[in-house]
Design a protein around this ligand. Structure first.
Ligand SMILES: [Zn+2]
Length: 271
């Protein structure tokens, strides 16, 4: 599942190959993504120049002369730079063909991804306007977290994974950030002190930054690579390590059954 670090790595990997180029044509082989691809997409994008590529949460925004192309990778999507000489494989649903013969190819076996063009401000789309701050945005801090926590019941881990609170903290990164901050994942969000929220905001940024750095080594895979763009593994402290020794204190890492998503913690390091 592409998480924020993978999406950010994708952005960095493809940016040098798409920014400044003009879209000669768009080829859609299958419109049946999570939201059907508009039959007008090919006509709307032909001739437009890509001015920039941004990321918001797990959305990629290709800024074009008129609005933006908003791409979500869903459960299994990926983007690669190839040329018109590269034959499409199964599940290569969309090609953005540039006027120099290179192209950006969208691949998505499970088809939970989406591709849409908006002529207006993409941040006003309903999918984006409800999103909370980016984890690297200074607005994501202890006072923001404390204010969100005051109004909600339930454990801190659920709050951390809520896109309205902060975007891009998936299950693995929530587990790891809570371990790093020393906070028990099942602790009530309203019973976490401001000082501990400060630590948590720092830990979220640190865990995501390490994952993005790890992804940096896979950047070349986005260009003409035979391999798949990588979903990379971090050195994980607690996630997936139930029954193993905590890397910090040696206590046995536990798996909590109470939350929907797998929740791992060290009963000694996390309170
Ligand atoms: Zn421990």
């Amino acid at each position: 599942l592409p998480e924020l670090p993978e999406v950010e790595t994708t952005r960095r990997g493809i940016a040098p190959h798409v920014v400044g180029k003009r879209i000669a044509r768009v080829v859609v082989r299958d419109r049946r993504l999570r939201f059907g691809i508009s039959p007008a997409l090919e006509r709307e994008l032909a001739g437009l120049r890509v001015a920039a590529i941004e990321r918001r949460g797990k959305y990629l925004l290709l800024r074009v002369d008129e609005g933006a192309v908003v791409i979500h990778l869903g459960m299994s999507g990926s983007l690669r730079i190839v040329t018109t000489a590269t034959p499409p494989r199964p599940h290569d649903h969309v090609d953005f063909v540039f006027d120099d013969g290179s192209l950006l190819r969208f691949h998505d076996p499970r088809r939970f991804g989406s591709v849409l063009h908006t002529r207006g401000d993409p941040h006003l789309l309903v999918q984006l306007s409800s999103l909370g701050p980016e984890p690297f945005d200074p607005a994501f801090d202890s006072s923001w977290l404390e204010a969100r926590a005051a109004r909600r019941p339930g454990p801190i881990k659920s709050m951390l994974m809520d896109n309205a609170v902060v975007v891009g903290v998936g299950n693995i990164y929530a587990n790891e950030a809570l371990f790093e901050a020393g906070i028990h994942p099942l602790r009530a969000a309203s019973r976490v002190s401001r000082a501990r929220y400060e630590r948590l905001a720092t830990s979220v940024r640190a865990v995501l930054a390490r994952a993005i750095d790890a992804g940096g080594t896979t950047l070349r895979d986005y260009v003409n690579g035979a391999g798949e763009p990588g979903y990379f593994a971090l050195q994980l402290a607690v996630y997936g390590r139930a029954g193993e020794a905590c890397r910090r204190c040696g206590a046995t890492v536990r798996l909590a059954a109470r939350l929907q998503r797998a929740t791992f913690y060290c009963p000694h390091c996390q309170r």
